[in-house]
Design a protein around this ligand. Structure first.
Ligand SMILES: Cc1ncc(COP(=O)(O)O)c(C=O)c1O
Length: 405
């Protein structure tokens, strides 16, 4: 028998105004990040696809999917975070404001001479490391990338192709992070990690602000379509930096009128869902191998900054088995009528899989009603990666790996 989706409403949300501040993800900060990204070579807004036929089938007013497979030719959104954090790090060392350091300036010989050689290091499932390696190469600096056990050779090769020294370790994601953090301390590398812990908060904050570019673009694109704001957002979480950034941006822009947000995780790494279930406002950790096709979401320890935002502003947490993500890949890869095709990888598609089940599966009626999903709903989702592992993509979309039934 297949494992079902589990969900829980957020009973931890403070009723009073004592919510974590989301000012650091407000329009002013995100505009800075967006300006920096716009100065990078190859910058273009990624498409926001309005899937009208799918919306009609699911019985909602609109389904809008941001297609991050187009991001800087890197097939995933992640480079937004690493690149901005590395630029902010350099600005800090040079005691300049980031607005004084557009991309062209940051890669100049003058800056290189001032900073000397820097080695950037990170632990990653793949997408983040590729972004860090891409940025380091463009900066003329070195990068070192460690990947958790189970990472695919294809993703390792993609990172090496960007010039990084990269290897797959014998540990899960969270332990690999600890490993590179210790080694960076000893060797003087600059660790660019996409998660925060006590005493390590600047770089993860900048990474989250970098992700904000994607949220800001999506809102602009909705506005261009004549839509003031989405009613709902579905966003996937690994460590929760991405989800915290998106949630924080919309909460900051719309305050109490913010869209209802659903946090979607792999059931093998559902630390936010488990934290919500515990209900005491304290984060929970998931350990072990976290074997899931959703490699980007296989993280069991919440980012402490993202956690605060998600605890205080999100409506619901969902824990999804692999087949939900596989269903999402097939839905987006086989568009209805004139809807556009979105090539969505395993970590990109779980939200559309979850939305489709919420609207079509009577077992999830209570969740659908709790969220107020109906014919007036306009839902924003982020397909955060394309076919970053093309063999796996075909095995799922062509050959039916991870069937829904
Ligand atoms: C494609 C993709 N989507 C989503 C995520 C989740 O982001 P976060 O770990 O910030 O929650 C990742 C993380 O690596 C990813 O690679």
């Amino acid at each position: 028998m297949r494992k079902e989706i589990e969900w829980i409403g957020n009973s931890m949300m403070p009723i009073s105004k004592q919510k974590t501040t989301v000012e650091f993800l407000g329009k002013q900060e995100i505009d800075k990040a967006k300006k920096f990204h716009m100065s990078c070579p190859g910058y273009e807004k990624t498409p926001l696809q309005s899937l009208n036929n799918l919306a009609q089938l699911l019985g909602v007013a609109g389904v809008y999917v941001k297609d991050e497979s187009y991001r800087f030719g890197l097939n995933a959104f992640k480079v937004l975070g690493g690149s901005y954090a590395m630029a902010r790090y350099m600005a800090q060392r040079l005691q300049k404001d980031i607005s004084e350091l557009p991309f062209e300036k940051i890669i100049s010989q003058e800056i290189k001479d001032q900073l000397g050689d820097v080695t950037f290091a990170t632990a990653t499932d793949g997408n983040h490391g590729r972004g860090v390696a891409w940025t380091a190469r463009k900066l003329g600096q070195k990068s070192i990338v460690y990947m958790p056990k189970g990472s695919t050779i294809r993703r390792l090769e993609n990172i090496r192709a960007e010039g990084a020294e990269a290897k797959i370790t014998d540990y899960n994601y969270d332990d690999t992070v600890r490993m590179i953090a210790e080694e960076s301390d000893r060797k003087g590398w600059v660790i660019v990690q996409d998660t925060a812990w006590k005493g390590y908060e600047d770089i993860p904050t900048w990474i989250m602000q970098g992700y904000g570019t994607m949220a800001a673009e999506a809102l602009e694109q909705l506005n261009d379509m004549g839509i003031h704001k989405p009613t709902h957002i579905f966003i996937q979480a690994g460590v929760g930096s991405l989800a915290g950034a998106v949630q924080g941006y919309f909460a900051s822009v719309f305050e109490e009128e913010r869209p209802k947000t659903v946090i979607v995780e792999s059931d093998q790494a559902d630390c936010f869902y488990k934290s919500a279930k515990a209900g005491d406002g304290k984060p929970r950790i998931v350990g072990g191998d976290m074997t899931t096709i959703m490699a980007g979401l296989a993280c069991g320890e919440p980012n402490s900054i993202g956690w605060n935002v998600l605890r205080d502003y999100s409506e619901m947490f969902m824990s999804c088995p692999d087949w939900v993500s596989a269903r999402g890949m097939r839905i987006l890869g086989n568009p209805l009528g004139s809807d556009c095709k979105v090539v969505s990888g395993e970590s990109g598609s779980v939200t559309i899989g979850a939305l489709s089940m919420l609207m079509q599966d009577e077992h999830l009626k209570a969740a659908r009603e709790a969220l107020g999903l109906n014919k007036d709903s306009r839902i924003l989702l982020f397909s955060t990666e394309g076919d970053t592992d093309p063999d796996k993509y075909r095995s799922i979309v062509w050959d039916g790996e991870c069937p829904s039934y």
